[in-house]
Ligand binder design. Structure first.
Ligand code: AP5
Length: 215
């Protein structure tokens, strides 16, 4: 199964994609995570991408596309995947179609995680991420058992550089500029399913999994 997850920053794409990957045994491909790995390893891509990410802007397509093509070259993708954070523009949606066409693959379903601005800001301002394994927590909604320590691997938790209020607002504005056309693209292709993402994470997950299993 090949799934695309759309939704504003903080809607819960990463949270849901990690749980779906476990449940449905699919590869989780997050362009945000791949970019952050490049930033923390100070690769040439990471050094360039960091400037855009810290301002809440999209990283140029040329950089993201190359990174995505490399990821699609890995063997786990053959068993199906969840794309989290890509595509974000019509151009990226078309690029994705051509990458998949060349591999004889197609997207089976696109979930749009719909969330209100108040919820988004609350979620992002309290988000904690594990430095070691990338697990996601929230200071209030999903606190770790021990403050500052990952429940899953014992790694230390940090707040993302782009989770400052001004950057959150910029990321939301960038998202809104692009999303209408992107949703229309997938609606026209009869792939789009909208899911309300303001509910508790386990309720959102059940709605997504039930819909995916019904395909
Ligand atoms: P990316 O990492 O993709 O960030 P994003 O799209 O802004 O989304 P987030 O990761 O902030 O939110 P999420 O929806 O995954 O929410 P999460 O599950 O963490 O991209 C970062 C940057 O990289 C971009 O700004 C851009 O610069 C660049 N980039 C990435 N992809 C790109 C591309 N394709 N092209 C160009 N540039 C690109 O949840 C948030 C918090 O809420 C967590 O604390 C979680 O515990 C909590 N939470 C989640 N669900 C629930 C729930 N149901 N109830 C209560 N709490 C919840």
């Amino acid at each position: 199964m090949r799934i695309v997850l759309l939704g504003p920053p903080g809607a819960g794409k990463g949270t849901q994609a990690k749980a779906m990957a476990r449940e449905l045994k699919l590869a989780h491909i997050s362009t945000g995570d791949l970019l952050r790995q490049n930033v923390s390893s100070a690769t040439p891509l990471g050094l360039e991408a960091k400037e855009y990410m810290n301002k809440g802007l999209l990283v140029p397509d040329l950089l993201v596309t190359k990174m995505l093509e490399d990821r699609f070259g890995q063997s786990d993708v053959k068993g199906g995947f969840i794309l989290d954070g890509y595509p974000r523009t019509i151009n990226q949606a078309k690029t994705l179609d051509s990458i998949l066409d060349a591999k004889g693959m197609k997207i089976d379903i696109v979930f749009d995680l719909d969330s209100s601005e108040a919820v988004i800001v609350q979620r992002l301002s309290g988000r904690l991420v594990c430095k070691k394994c990338g697990a996601l927590f929230h200071k209030i909604n999903m606190p770790p058992k021990v403050s500052g320590v990952c429940d899953q691997c014992g790694g230390s938790l940090y707040q993302r550089d782009d989770d400052k209020e001004a950057t959150i607002r910029k990321r939301l504005a960038v998202y809104r500029e692009e999303v209408t056309a992107l949703l229309e693209y997938y609606r026209a292709a009869k792939l789009l399913t909208t899911v309300s993402a303001d509910d508790e994470a386990s309720i959102v997950l059940k709605k997504i999994i039930d819909r995916a299993r019904a395909l």
